[in-house]
Design a protein around this ligand. Structure first.
Ligand SMILES: [Cu+2]
Length: 117
């Protein structure tokens, strides 16, 4: 496990520096790193700045790397949301690329877990 921890910490440190004053992820649903009892129908990401819809995107993948999102996200102001296919138990990764209205690009990813009954 140790070798997985260090890159994650490095990424977190670099990400917070690179995201200074740009479109930082403010909050997400499902919550970053959370376990949810029932499968969510969408992922919603809210940023600290408004987004340029044409240059912002989100992908959700399962443990095998297969896409489980419905494709094109809906972007309104500082919020980006994308519908999900029917999810079974497991861990899912959300990757995002965001271009904020100040023309700065940020990206990042997090996981959430759909738990059992
Ligand atoms: Cu910026």
């Amino acid at each position: 496990m140790r070798k997985f921890v260090i890159p994650s910490l490095l990424f977190a440190a670099f990400g917070s520096i690179a995201a200074h004053a740009h479109a930082i992820l403010d909050h997400a649903s499902p919550l970053v790193g959370s376990t949810v009892a029932s499968a969510p129908h969408e992922v919603s990401l809210t940023f600290t700045q408004n987004l340029e819809a044409a240059f912002s995107s989100v992908q959700v993948t399962d443990a095998n790397g297969a896409r489980v999102d419905q494709g094109k996200p809906q972007i309104s102001g500082n919020t980006m949301r994308v519908g999900l296919k029917s999810l079974s138990q497991g861990t899912y990764r959300v990757r995002r690329q965001a271009l904020s209205v100040d023309t700065h690009k940020t990206e990042g990813n997090f996981t959430f877990h759909v738990g059992g009954p």
